[in-house]
Design a protein around this ligand. Structure first.
Ligand SMILES: [Zn+2]
Ligand SMILES: [Zn+2]
Ligand SMILES: [Zn+2]
Length: 432
């Protein structure tokens, strides 16, 4: 199958957004083709400061955008810029890492482990509301909250709510994770995206503090309850340096199962579980197990992140995030690259299942104004894609040379394959 490079920004309908360079790096390893290898052809709108690369994943042309700042206000304005540069975007996928809320699980089957992936059913802006001296009241009337996903997105997500849909998604995610790891090895980044191992997946009991457990003279010595402070030094040290004790780890059955796979040297040990659920989005970096559990219970969320709310307001969006920590005081960066890789792999698996609903015919432009597709090269039986390619369209080929063969279209659907019979040569223009 040969794919034609898009000729302009309007040809891109899918944008993948990352908040961090490490997330961007992981996604970029799963592009099947880059459209800007020899320089950028597409430009951007005035005022747009996002960094973009363009390419293809499967049958979709994608723009990969890296945000320059985090936080909701910056993210929303970056999303607005994406919309102004890429006005035809129909689906935004926010892909990267997040903190998990492991206690939200209903029993062992739902346990959330590091490296697992969350797909957003909804995004909840948990820090939006009024803070009173004794309590915080979240604004949760319909208009204050984020709206629900559009029909395209709801149709896609519903397939992952079924057992077979979820199984397929997990199987393909595992496949793409290996592909990403192999691509990384090929680019001399071997090991960066390896599974860190079950021994590194530590969920401490909620009340167990990240503080000096080794003998010391700081305030940590008197820290016996959740309201007591720990010393500043402890905030920047690792669990190993502080002596956080594995005796206080929560026991989790899913982790035991993975440990067995590890002992059997099975590469299934690294395969993430995908969880569908609500994601809490806010400007606060969650580093407290107590707050995490309280908010998870109250809002019914299974993960915490910081860009979702800003994107969700501006673009039709799905959030796909790999769990890199448990949003508690013990958190560290060890799982970030792996979690970014599992999220990127799920993104690619999700795109395989994405079927766009045909655009409303009445919204279409005058047929003569429809997309014309410039083919940079020529092929028989080539795949051509463009806006508004629907069943029954006719394909005409115009040529600077004298009249060429007649073109017969054997079938087409939106974003699909149009078979072109005849001699299509370099320099031909095709219009639909
Ligand atoms: Zn100390
Ligand atoms: Zn201390
Ligand atoms: Zn610790």
């Amino acid at each position: 199958m040969v794919y034609v490079k898009p000729s302009r920004r309007e040809d891109f309908e899918i944008v993948i957004i990352c908040g961090l360079p490490l997330e961007f790096n992981a996604v970029s390893l799963l592009l099947d083709e880059y459209w800007d290898e020899d320089g950028d052809h597409f430009g951007r709108s005035p005022g747009d400061v996002n960094h973009y690369i363009t390419g293809r994943i499967g049958r979709y042309n994608v723009v990969l955008a890296l945000l320059s700042h985090i936080g909701k206000v910056h993210t929303a304005s970056a999303a607005a810029s994406i919309r102004s540069s890429y006005g035809s975007v129909r689906l935004a996928l926010l892909v990267g890492i997040c903190g998990g809320a492991p206690q939200a699980a209903n029993g062992e089957e739902d346990e959330i482990l590091l490296g697992d992936v969350i797909i957003s059913r909804t995004v909840i802006q948990y820090d939006f509301g009024r803070l009173y001296p004794d309590r915080f009241i979240r604004k949760d009337t319909l208009e204050d909250n984020l709206g629900k996903a559009n029909k395209d997105i709801r149709n896609l997500l519903i397939t992952f709510e079924t057992d077979i849909g979820l199984e397929r998604l997990q199987r393909r995610t595992a496949y793409f994770l290996k592909q990403l790891q192999a691509n990384a090895t090929g680019r001399k980044r071997q090991g960066r995206y390896s599974y860190p191992g079950t021994a590194e997946d530590k969920l401490f009991k909620s009340l167990y503090r990240h503080k000096h457990h080794v003998p010391c003279t700081c305030v940590c010595r008197d820290c016996n309850s959740i309201s007591n402070p720990v010393c500043d030094e402890a905030l920047s040290l690792s669990c190993e340096e502080l002596g956080c004790d594995n005796l206080y780890l929560e026991h989790r059955g899913q982790l035991d199962a993975k440990r067995q796979l590890e002992q059997d040297k099975s590469d299934k040990a690294q395969e993430p579980t995908i969880h569908m659920g609500s994601i809490a989005s806010g400007d606060i970096v969650m580093k407290s197990a107590e707050d995490r559990d309280r908010i998870a219970k109250k809002e019914g969320v299974i993960a915490f992140e910081m860009e979702g709310a800003g994107i969700w307001e501006e673009l039709p969006c799905i959030v796909i995030k790999g769990i890199c920590d448990y949003a508690d005081c013990h958190k560290n960066k060890r799982w970030q690259n792996f979690a970014a890789a599992t999220a990127a792999s799920t993104l690619k698996a999700v795109l395989e299942r994405y079927i766009q609903t045909d655009k409303n015919r009445n919204e279409d432009l005058d047929p003569l104004e429809r997309d014309s597709i410039t083919q940079g090269a020529s092929w028989y039986d080539s795949e051509v894609r463009g806006e508004d390619v629907t069943q029954g369209n006719e394909l005409r080929v115009s040529s600077p040379q004298s009249s060429r063969h007649c073109i017969v279209q054997e079938g087409s659907y939106f974003g699909g394959v149009i078979k072109v019979a005849g001699s299509v040569v370099q320099g031909n223009r095709m219009s639909i």
